[in-house]
Design a protein. Sequence first.
Lengths: 268, 258, 280
Amino acid sequence: MSTLKHSMTAQKFCVKCLVILSIISGLIVWSFIYLGLNPIQFFSFFADSNIAPFITRFFSPDLSTPFLLRIGSGILETLSISAISTLLASIISLGLALPTAGRFGPYAKSISRFICNFLRSVPELVWATIMVLAVGLGPFAGTLALTIHTAGVLGRLFGETLENHSSINNTALINSGSGKVAAFLYGTLPGIYPQLLSYSLYRWEMNIRMATILGFVGAGGLGQMLFYELSLLREPKASTIIVAMLFLVMVVDAFSNKLRAAQTHSMG
Amino acid sequence: MGCIVQNVSFKHANGTHALRNISLSVNSGESIAIIGASGSGKTTLLNLLATALKPTAGFIEHNGKDPWQISKKDLKELRSTIGTVYQSPPIPTQQRVVTAILAGRLGQWPLWKSVVSLIYPLDILGSHTCLERLQLGDRLFDRCDCLSGGQLQRVGVARVLYQAPDLLLADEPVSAMDPVLSDLVIGQLIDETNSRDATLIASLHAVDIALRWFPRIIGIKNGEMAFDLPSTEVTEKMLKELYSSEMGELPKQANTVV
Amino acid sequence: MQPYSTTNKPLISDPAAPNRLTLIVVSLVVLWPLLELAEFQPWLLFKPENIEVLGNFLVQFIPPNTETDFLLIVLVATIETLAMATAGIALAILIAVPLGLIISNSLSISRIGPGSNYLLSKFARYIARFLMLVLRGIPEIVWALLLVRVFGLGPTAGVLAIAITYGGMLSKVYSEILESGNTLPARALLVSGSGRLAAFLYGQLPSTAQELASYTVYRWECAIRASVVAGFVGAGGLGQLMDQSMKMLNGGEVSTILVVFFLLVLLADNVSLLIRKQLE
């Protein structure tokens, strides 16, 4: 009797996943057809004579000293954009966290949650384009865009951390006459501070990557340089910039891995 | 600070009564001990007096004012004159002792002073003096997670001493301390309130401490007032009835597990 | 109200003070050049001509453009974005599966015991890891821009850009999932002589299928957002449409597209949640 049940449950599982698999494969095939993509097309494209020289030009990067210096300042610009925006966003999010966690009542909570969701749902690129309209081309637009977007992300994360944190210490201070802000600073902040710092550092790492991309709409950093060089069809310079981008990403990756290892080690 | 408790009851959200129809009146400068078995309602009564809880029936008055009928601003002012020593001090573990003590005057300080003190403590001398009275002065700049349970309780007491309130409430303030330290702490609390004519109301588990230090004893059993007498008039029989649920032996300092 | 101190002179000083002071000074010293580099000039936000430009743009946001012609264009672009994301992920899986299998230590035959091609496989693994890093490390928008130069404007560039970057991302996560699960069945198969693919299919796939599929569906959801981003450099879909509308400073169109984008992301969120629940 039990073996019969077993085979029946096994069958049920199979049918469901078979159905899902077939739906998904159907959608995938439809996507290719809709877009008019023919895999064979790709290979014939490469045989086309225009492409080959374009690609080979990439493999001779421009390594002249003045250009490398410009890349160095581009990297610094990218790092500055990411650092300042993450810093500003953390401060703003600290303020946003209180209403988001419900410390000022249910209405304030809904409003601030909506604001945070709106800020983080709009892609950074869109923010950057809007900011370029507001303050012109250059790294300031990128900084503003990342600040706004990151404030939404961190605002929500900080709010959740705060909400999950016990409010006993906070309440005790309020009951001896403290104002809300002071009670937060003395009663709650010391307890949640490590987690908030961790979120902010993680976000800084992502923002470095983002800051390079935002340049594509004119918001400064390596991205703006790359867009510029590619528009002028200067592939050797473009390839150097791409290598620099890769290098930056790898260094940040390695650094944050070391930092994470050190953090967990000290807590152990 | 004088207090009046008038026919106060407190019912939890799930319907159980923590306190039923309690009435008492406290004059400024008195020292009162509240005793009773675990779960009898001592902590609830203290929380009601601390304005942390609102009575579900009856009312409480501090110096003639009902805390739940006054404006928010007045309530904040009132609360800054009420200090509570908790059994488990509500202090973040990563905080330093000096900051934890200075937090006692947050109700009296302007915001800028509170913020600056986070970075550099503005009243090191004051906080050190309070801590030194509890013989813990050398730990002023340590982090609270480096302290033992008894030491942390003393930091909680130091915070209230620093606050210098008119009404000092203490919820089992010496539960984690040995007899010598308990005497020191209770002695300091009584000195403090006597020197400033402040009121002290403490709930205690060890009956002998209560009888030795406090001139007036209130006994609570199952959420109701069992007796409210000068300590000289409290008999052994009354105490045994009060603690009838606690396996025959009266809780004293000697047989308290630290 | 200080009955305990007779003077205001502190006899003890805060031992943490010197460190904190140094930290503050160093932070300020580092902050200044950063602000310079980022050209941080908040007063620019309040310059009248900037406010005018931005204000005009934002004012057009309400009401959003709901002309039927435009809505049809948006619909077509949305479908194109969806198709791009789906096709991109499909190709990404094609890249990620072999790459992930090569990289996984748990499926490595050469690690089990000495063999003639021990060094070769190790080398192959390093090459594969490096390739994966390059694919992941270069942002998809850069790939999109390069591919637009090669294949021209339109979704082809977007699909390939997603395929490349997400291929790299998926392969890393696949290899992590494969290495963190129960590796004993696969190892047993490898030791008894089976090939890598068979060891994967019979030894690891049954226990890790759910996690692999779940992550892939999550990445499909991200791919939709990435398709919109790639569109900004000419790879088609909603992104290209939004870029065009922004360049024309047409606030009404942009707000419509934004609303559609939010709805699309919400839909994708829910669909992916549904699928992942079904997989459990």
